[in-house]
Design a protein around this ligand. Structure first.
Ligand code: DSN
Length: 447
């Protein structure tokens, strides 16, 4: 495998192999990651990467696009059918550019927009202060309640007061199902566009394991590489409701993507998206999406049984948020996620609702089941994974984040050194390595 890279660039080849080993021998628990099929990867490495195709099918700025047109139209038709929407743009390079195009299509600079605050689970591009979306637009964030659910009372009050042009429904660390109907009621009341960012749950929606925003939102955006299990990429969809609100919305979205924001589309990516959409339309994918949620619920139950506190006391989707404050005190997310990494499990430190420390030293860990489910693991395996996570966290449970910010870097460096030598973590790593041999990555037959 990768023989040409091996012959041409030995240094880079080694890094690819090392990464392959990491992905194969460890448990991938980051809820926004997944393993694509070999066909999707083949398209990403195909000859299509050589082409320029600025514009849209039949209206390109370059010649030689007859086959590219066919590929892009195939992706669009598949997405329209799968999500039951009227219009799709498959050119956004990824989720953030897709979301930026929605602003361009619906707002003028300086208009008011609303999204869930980032530390409470929202996304940067939903108007968080360090993002261009808060620099060029007036952002009024809404929040979650103490139980972690979206505070619709606050959202309604703020919307009435600030009259936003655009409201985002979607998050990156939200363990509940989204109530799109409630969002739509508020957006309609103040005349705002409702954009649902379904990046995290797109695959679950297709599988019937999560409600769809399509009957409620005007615009839907998604990445294609999370639960949808395609290549890295993005899509923007315009619904019937969207076209009813603004008959020009589809053209506005297309113009926002190109020439508003981007140049030539990544045709190899478009082809890989088309393949992933074909895969996602199968009964096998439907079973996969449902299994992701069953596995997340089983993993949540195992974690609780093993003494770990969870935000929302569980999950309604693919994602689980560990509240590690009861173990480490505030700021323990870094100890939890780093200990898991030494033990062979990849997750990420994350803020929890009403975070007692800060986004740099958060008190939680975010994890999910899409990637493990792709490897064929089921509820029984989740029992074991929950035990490993709990054991890893307990193995470093005596660490406490210093309250003096200046002391933290040195303390974390000492913690990392200790964790790398921790016998319990190294023992778990060995167990996981041997366990993983039974669950090959897609297309990986050579063990
Ligand atoms: N970084 C993605 C995630 O992990 O949820 C969102 O952009």
């Amino acid at each position: 495998m990768y023989d040409r890279i091996k012959n041409q660039d030995a240094e880079l080849y080694r890094s690819i192999l090392d990464e392959k080993k990491r992905q194969t021998e460890g448990l991938e628990l980051i809820p926004s990651e997944n393993y694509t099929s070999p066909a999707v990867m083949e398209a990403m490495g195909s000859i299509l990467t050589n082409k320029y195709s600025e514009g849209y099918a039949g209206r390109r700025y370059y010649n030689g696009n007859e086959h590219i047109d066919h590929i892009e139209l195939l992706a669009i038709e598949r997405a329209k059918k799968l999500f039951r929407v009227k219009h799709v743009n498959v050119q956004p390079y990824s989720g953030s550019p897709a979301n930026l195009a929605v602003y361009l299509a619906t707002c003028a600079p300086g208009d008011t927009i609303m999204g869930l605050a980032l530390p409470e689970g929202g996304h940067l591009t939903h108007g968080w202060k360090v993002s261009a979306t808060a620099m060029f637009y007036k952002s009024v964030p809404y929040h979650v309640r103490a139980d972690g659910r979206i505070d619709f009372e606050e959202l309604r009050k703020l919307a009435r007061e600030h009259k936003p042009k655009l409201i985002w429904a979607g998050a990156t660390a939200y363990p509940y199902a989204y109530d799109y109907k409630k969002f739509a009621e508020i957006a309609d009341e103040v005349g705002a566009y409702l954009a649902a960012d379904i990046a995290h749950v797109a695959g679950l929606i297709v599988a019937g394991a999560h409600p769809s925003p399509v009957p409620h939102a005007h615009i839907v955006t998604t990445t294609t590489h999370k639960t949808l299990r395609g290549p890295r990429g993005g899509m923007i969809m315009v619904t019937d409701r969207g076209l009813k609100k603004d008959p020009d919305l589809a053209q506005k979205v297309d113009k926002a993507v190109f020439p508003g924001l981007q140049g030539g589309p990544h045709d190899h990516q478009t082809a890989a998206i088309a393949i992933a959409l074909k895969e996602a339309a199968t009964p096998k994918f439907s079973a996969y999406g449902k299994q992701i949620v069953k596995n997340a619920k089983a993993l949540a139950a195992s974690l609780k049984k093993n003494g770990i506190t969870l935000v929302a006391d569980g999950t309604e989707n693919h994602l689980i948020l560990l509240d590690l404050a009861p173990i480490f005190g505030p700021g323990g997310g870094v100890f939890g996620s780093d200990a898991m990494e030494v033990a062979g499990m990849t997750a990420n430190k994350n803020t929890i609702p009403k975070e007692p420390m800060s986004p740099f030293y958060p008190s939680g860990v975010r994890l999910g089941t899409p990637a493990l489910t792709t490897r064929g693991m089921k509820e029984r395996e989740m029992q074991k994974v929950g035990e490993w996570i709990a054991r890893s966290i307990r193995a470093v449970g005596s660490y406490r984040m210093p309250s003096d910010v200046k002391e933290r870097a040195a303390y974390i460096a000492r913690f990392k050194k200790g964790a790398a030598r921790n016998e319990e973590l190294l023992a778990i790593r060995k167990e996981i390595r041997s366990f993983c041999k039974k669950y090959p990555l897609p297309g990986d037959t050579k063990r």
